[in-house]
Each structure stands twice: as C-alpha cells, then as structure tokens.
Design a protein. Sequence first.
Length: 83
Amino acid sequence: MKTQIITPEKRVFNGDVVVLTIPTKDGYISIMDNHIPLVSAISPGVITIKTIKDQIVLENEGGVLETHNNEVVVMLTKCHKKN
C-alpha cells in the first residue's frame, strides 16, 4: 500500500509498504492492504515499516494516521530513525 510519513519539517518515508505497525493509546495496530478506512491518534513510541526489501524502525512523538483505499498518510510531530 502507498504510505507517506511526514513531519512539519520533512517527508520521512514515501513508498510501498507490506505492513505498517503503529502505537496507539490502546496498543499497537498493524495495517496491511485492504485495511478498513481508519483515522487514529498515534501515541509516542516505535513505528515499524516493512517493505518487500527492508524493515525500517522509527521513534515518534505522536501524531495522526489516516488510511483509505490502500493509501496511508501518517502525520507526526517529530520522528527519527531508531538506532
């Protein structure tokens, strides 16, 4: 699914994702192709992006997620790659 992860300063990720795992106030959720439309608050924590070739792990400070028609937009206050 097409996924964008952005902060006010920059686009952190833009590409195709197999599984996106995001922290919420109720726990982690994983989003894959054909997920139901969803708008959710994102809690501070670890975001995992799995593509066909890679796995990327990000630390974030909170934000908002929207998914619809196999497209995901994640808007974060701040985030950086986790070492």
